[in-house]
Design a protein around this ligand. Structure first.
Ligand code: UP5
Ligand code: MG
Length: 210
């Protein structure tokens, strides 16, 4: 099986994304930091399309795809699904949806995800929104979410936190070194967090409108 990098080379001339590149903002933060909640607000106010990598993977499990069992096992253990699978789902959604600006929530989760996405799609994010929140607060939120997610149990939550610290923070550090990270205090109530988010998106959208 070829690597995602081989696939990228092959796709250079065929990917629809190689012609028209949409604007992408990565929305990152630990499990339960409020990525999904705030993305819904951003969509409503600023016209982005929200793509949650986790939601796309969960939909793939439900669809009965051949990768479903593998994805289910990885999510139950809090592990990161291979880049190839996640990038294909994101790319398909971006090509199919008629919008030129996307929030990509919960991806990239490690340096390999990041490098592969940039190589395969040729897209570099406009900026990265980083929701910073303590593990205590995130744990409280996840344990009271009650949406039947297989990974919202204390054992898996601890594994998700470990993966976030060991693998995902490196992505935030990488983009921080490029001056692209906008950090938000995500421990505050939802409305206050959104005020801080708005302050980031409003000037950007004014510039676009001007
Ligand atoms: N809530 C939200 N904001 C609040 C606030 N300010 N104050 C108080 N409560 C607040 O919020 C979580 C809960 O907290 C909700 O009940 C909400 O009402 C409340 P939510 O907005 O859902 O937080 P979010 O950051 O989106 O949490 P989520 O659990 O979705 O984050 P994860 O990053 O863990 O989950 P994701 O779906 O992205 O990934 C799940 C798994 O999929 C991963 O562990 C991994 O196994 C796999 N995955 C990959 O392998 N690759 C990928 O690229 C993506 C996922
Ligand atoms: Mg989420």
């Amino acid at each position: 099986m070829g690597t995602v990098f081989d696939a990228a080379k092959k796709e250079e001339t065929t990917s629809a994304l190689s012609i028209e590149k949409p604007k992408v903002v990565f929305v990152l933060g630990g499990p339960g930091s409020g990525k999904g909640t705030q993305c819904a607000n951003i969509v409503e106010h600023f016209g982005y399309t929200h793509l949650s990598a986790g939601d796309l993977l969960r939909a793939e499990i439900k669809s009965g795809s051949e990768n479903g069992t593998m994805i289910q096992n990885m999510i139950s253990e809090g592990k990161i699904v291979p880049s190839e699978v996640t990038i294909k789902l994101l790319e398909k959604a971006i090509v199919e949806i008629d919008n030129d600006k996307f929030l990509i929530d919960g991806f990239p989760r490690n340096e390999e995800n990041r490098a592969a996405f940039e190589l395969v799609t040729g897209i570099v994010p406009e900026f990265v929104l980083f929701f910073d929140c303590s593990e205590e607060e995130m744990e409280r939120r996840l344990l009271s979410r009650n949406q039947g997610r297989v990974d919202d149990n204390i054992d898996t939550i601890r594994k998700r936190f470990k993966v976030f610290v060991e693998s995902s923070l490196a992505v935030i550090e990488y983009y921080n070194s490029k001056g692209k990270v906008k950090k938000i205090d995500a421990a505050k109530p939802v409305g206050e967090v959104f005020e801080a988010v708005k302050a980031i998106f409003a000037p950007v959208s004014d510039k676009v409108a001007a």
